[in-house]
Ligand binder design. Structure first.
Ligand code: ADP
Ligand code: ASP
Ligand code: MG
Length: 443
């Protein structure tokens, strides 16, 4: 058994939904995880924003527009009038539920209920479509098994137990379908796994059932060697180690949600990235084996980074300085991404500025503090074990014409991070592709 997850664009229109239905119908008894149709979660966020601001008319208008779009899609999606009626009833129920929140106090709890409707609608529509095709499809409600604990972490014992019990109830199914992204929290309230979290759902289900493979189907043929939104002539990387994929996902390769890696890695389940629009393309296989022999495989970029430098005369030969600095970030629950040290100071980066002014106040007790905002981490990934020679020179040579604020290597065998200005990001990504992947000297 496999888990097949389809993202928003893969189910973004009636035509795409039909293609996905054909695809999953031909691949055997698997668990299909669906995102909301593309644009839906953003629109649901917009509706919630109107409701927070008590602009009920704005909310109603946006709900009506979204409902009209779904009605058009349903009109096109089914051949049998019975299926169409059933789907119309389903989405009517969801939209009326969304409308019911315009009356009372609107809080985070109501917002989460609204955000859950996107995945509930896409899976309901797909289930009816598969039934119309004569397939014995069983819907597994994510809200009945996907759950987080008091720390907001997935409750893997609960997920495994509930999911196994559900599957045991329907042994004769041709395939199973469920919602990505949505879950309940430890108190039983509707919650979600954060934006882009359907990949995480797929991986959690895969780990719970110890499946053969987790397939993430999207709108591109695998993890490319650079960000296709900013660089032309990118190419898919056919194999990646989990650690390499984790670095790329965390540092900006949107194709994969970073949380998706760990459950698969820990359970040794390969993750394959595939293209719904080109189902026969090999895509990218992510697993526990290192390949590449010293080569740089891909680069990614993470925006909105703030660099903080703390310079202390007293750091000279002092111990305990770094501990004090890190404790400040721990106190304000702010993760650090990159670090570079010298004898007299330390530079580090954060992407969460919520507690920045308090962090800076505390750091000033230990030295002179300066910050650089609007920076970007460029992450260079591959089999970069330190005994392999030359990859650092290649990376830095590619960027020789750009100012670089920080350099970090040695934390892992898979990554070099460089910090550049926001205005240099696109140039940096393009230079790296030109020098590392498209030139004659390519690895
Ligand atoms: P889905 O809706 O299927 O979850 P996403 O939009 O989350 O899809 O991810 C797919 C998108 O990720 C691609 O369309 C592409 O623009 C973007 N992307 C960014 N970096 C990369 C990369 N290195 N390789 C492939 N796609 C990438
Ligand atoms: N629908 C959710 C989102 O747009 C989850 C996902 O697509 O992965 O963020
Ligand atoms: Mg995604």
């Amino acid at each position: 058994m496999k888990v097949l997850k389809f993202g928003g664009t893969s189910v973004g229109s009636a035509q795409r939904m039909k293609e996905v239905a054909g695809l999953v119908a031909s691949r055997g008894k698997n668990i299909v995880v669906l995102s909301a149709m593309s644009g839906t979660t953003n629109t649901l966020v917009e509706i919630s924003e109107y409701l927070y601001k008590k602009n009920v008319d704005g909310a109603k208008e946006t709900v009506n527009q979204l409902e009209a779009k779904y009605r058009r899609i349903i009109d096109e999606l089914y051949s049998l009038p019975g299926s169409k009626d059933k789907a119309m009833d389903e989405i009517k129920g969801c939209f009326n539920y969304i409308r019911s929140f315009s009356k009372d106090l609107f809080t985070l709890f109501e917002e989460k209920e609204i955000l859950a409707q996107g995945e509930l609608m896409s899976t309901a529509m797909m289930t009816i479509l598969l039934q119309e095709m004569g397939i014995k499809v069983v819907a597994l409600p994510a809200l009945d098994f996907m759950r987080t604990d008091k720390n907001g972490e997935p409750d893997s014992g609960y997920i495994r137990q509930k999911l196994t019990a559900l599957l045991d109830k329907f042994p004769d199914a041709d395939l199973y379908i469920t919602q990505g992204y949505i879950c309940r929290n430890a108190y039983g309230e509707v919650d979600n796994l954060k934006r882009g979290g359907s990949d995480y759902t797929a991986s959690l289900i895969g780990a719970a059932l110890n499946v053969d493979e987790i397939e993430i189907w999207t709108d591109i043929d695998g993890m490319h060697n650079n960000d296709p939104r900013f660089v032309e002539n990118t190419a898919p990387v056919h194999e990646l180690h989990f650690e390499e994929a984790a670095e790329l996902a965390y540092f900006g390769a949107k194709i994969l949600h970073p949380t998706c890696i760990l459950p698969a890695k820990l359970n040794n389940i390969p993750v394959r990235l595939l293209n719904t629009m080109q189902p026969d393309a090999p895509g990218t296989l992510i697993y526990n084996t290192v390949s590449g022999n010293g080569c740089i495989k891909a680069v990614a970029a993470k925006d909105n980074i703030t660099a903080i430098k703390i310079k202390s005369g007293r750091m000279l030969l002092a111990y305990g300085f770094l501990r004090k600095v890190f404790e400040v970030f721990e106190t304000y629950q702010t993760p650090i991404d990159m670090i570079a040290t010298s004898e007299v100071g330390v530079s580090l980066t954060i992407d969460d500025e919520r507690n920045l002014s308090r962090i800076l106040d505390d750091l000033r007790k230990f030295g002179t503090v300066t910050i650089d905002r609007d920076m970007v981490i460029i992450c260079i990934v591959g089999d970069l074990e330190w005994q392999n020679k030359g990859f650092e020179a290649k990376a830095l040579d590619a960027l020789r014409e750009l100012p670089i604020r920080m350099i970090s290597y040695g934390g892992s065998n898979y990554n070099i991070s460089l910090l550049v200005r926001k205005e240099d990001k696109v140039k940096a990504l393009n230079l790296l592709s030109e020098h590392l992947f498209n030139s004659d000297s390519k690895d």
